[in-house]
Design a protein around this ligand. Structure first.
Ligand code: CAA
Length: 258
């Protein structure tokens, strides 16, 4: 499939990569780009050769937000009655692990897309923020919820009410990102982490991701019940038999993803 707003490749075995490619607009997220991102990710999700994905931009910008020029002409009813831009931000529908590799600006919808991924690897130049307040709007793709859960109420208030930006180091210190690396190393680090997930049983990875995500949305007892259910599902897999046998026989497991 050919794309106009993204570049898709496989930088390492088992790893699919989607690169946002609107550099002149600092990778601002418009409808066409988001449709392409979701189509490419759904393709990787359905590809048994792919075990994990990277979503990235370029050195200057991961993404500087939802496309303000596209939103400028839209009315409230336009947004309500059509499949609007923010409705296309559907990263959580992807079941395989996704690592956001962030360099430069990750603002507004860009920060929200990064937070929708499962892990964030940042370059030392990354800048995170939710500047929607400057436009007379509020975050519309999860910012008030995901950022608050990630960094806590006090800092989330400062970021979203006053346009406080976070450096990569600050984002690391407050738990928003997993790792920070120099600009010329962050992509290799993202690929390395992706490969570590991609090499595991896709059955166990999928069940684990689902259970961790549930921790944000439910009570402890309901979360523990889902974990127990997924633990039992894993026990029915061929990969469970192979993983335990490989340990006992002191060899590397050969996953069937069944
Ligand atoms: N939408 C559309 N175009 C954008 C854009 C955006 N979010 N961000 C940058 N651009 C465009 C600029 O219009 C400019 O294009 P032209 O050359 O055609 O004018 C080009 O990208 C380069 O931008 P700048 O000249 O502004 O670059 P800079 O280095 O001086 O500044 C910046 C960089 C601080 C990131 C600045 O571009 C900026 O503030 N961008 C907007 C950030 C923002 O408000 N994001 C939130 C959007 S709303 C949202 O995301 C809602 C939601 O929750 C879903």
């Amino acid at each position: 499939m050919s794309y106009e707003n993204i570049i898709v490749d496989q930088p390492a075995p088992g790893v699919g990569r989607v690169r946002l490619n609107r550099p002149r607009a600092l990778n601002a997220l418009n409808s066409a780009l988001m449709d392409e991102v979701m189509a490419a990710m759904a393709g990787f999700d359905a590809d048994s050769e792919i075990g994990a994905m990277i979503l990235t931009g370029d050195d200057k910008a991961f993404a500087a937000g939802a496309d303000i020029k596209e939103m400028d002409g839209k009315s409230q009813i336009d947004m309500l009655m059509s499949r609007s831009l923010v409705d296309r931000f559907d990263i959580e529908s992807i079941s395989k692990p996704i690592i956001a590799a962030v360099s430069g600006y990750a603002l507004g919808g860009g920060c929200e897309v990064a937070m929708s991924c499962d892990m964030i690897v940042a370059s030392e130049t990354a800048v995170f923020g939710q500047p929607e307040i400057n436009l007379g709007i509020i975050p519309g793709a999860g910012g008030t919820q995901r950022l608050t859960r990630a960094v806590g109420k006090a800092l989330a208030m400062e970021i979203m009410l006053t346009d406080r930006k976070l450096s990569a180091q600050e984002a690391l210190d407050c738990g928003l990102v997993n790792r920070v690396a120099p600009l010329d190393e962050y992509m290799d680090l993202a690929i390395d982490i992706s490969q570590k997930a991609a090499r595991r049983s896709q059955v166990a990875i999928r069940l684990t991701k689902e259970a961790i995500n549930k921790a944000y949305e439910t009570s402890l007892s309901e979360g523990l019940a889902l974990e127990r259910r997924n633990f039992l599902i894993a026990f029915g897999s061929e990969d469970k038999a192979e993983g335990m046998r490989a340990f006992i026989e002191k060899r590397r497991a050969e996953w069937k993803n069944r």
